[in-house]
Design a protein around this ligand. Structure first.
Ligand code: PNS
Length: 166
């Protein structure tokens, strides 16, 4: 069984991530999409919410599982006996950051965790979770960026945040 992990923040999942998930799920027998629980960042969605969103968004892809992890990816991968991490590359600006993480993970894991890159489909090359959140926070249209149910959840969050501030 060829298994791989697709780690990320997924705050929230976008069509760009879903494109990578769909394509990676055709390459591997099992793809585990795993949400990083990063205590240093203040996310829009909690880890549980992000996991649930990902489960809903990938429910039609049977070989995709959704999980979460804390700490180093290499430790999580070792625990789950996973040896390939999948990441998407949008543009040259992603490359340096991704190369550094991939090489660090390979070195720290003594070669046990390697990274495979898929280039994002051109139609999603401009997309990022942070730009989606920024557009939504100003009431802009994000319908081309995320599934409809995610769009609703994002707007609900901003409404809640606005109410809390008032
Ligand atoms: O979606 P993101 O935020 O670009 O994903 C980044 C992620 C989660 C892949 C990366 O930050 C990660 O694996 N973090 C876990 C901590 C870790 O293992 N760091 C070592 C690499 S320098």
């Amino acid at each position: 069984m060829k298994r791989a992990v697709y780690p990320g923040s997924f705050d929230p999942v976008t069509y760009g991530h879903l494109d990578i998930i769909r394509r990676a799920s055709q390459i591997f027998d099992v793809l585990i999409v795993s949400v990083l629980n990063n205590k240093e960042k203040t996310p829009l969605f909690s880890v549980e919410e992000r996991v649930n969103i990902l489960r809903e968004a990938t429910k039609d892809i049977p070989n995709v599982q959704v999980d979460s992890f804390s700490g180093l990816l290499i430790n999580y991968a070792a625990e789950k006996d996973l040896h390939i991490a999948v990441r998407g590359l949008r543009a040259i600006t992603d490359f340096e950051y991704e190369l550094q993480i991939a090489q660090t993970n390979r070195k720290l894991s003594d070669g046990k965790l390697d990274t495979m890159f898929l280039t994002t489909s051109l139609e999603y090359a401009y997309l990022s979770s942070s730009s989606v959140k920024e557009i939504a926070s100003f009431g802009g249209d994000i319908s081309q960026c995320v599934p409809e149910f995610v769009e609703k959840l994002i707007y609900d969050k901003y409404r809640i945040r606005k109410q809390n501030k008032e």
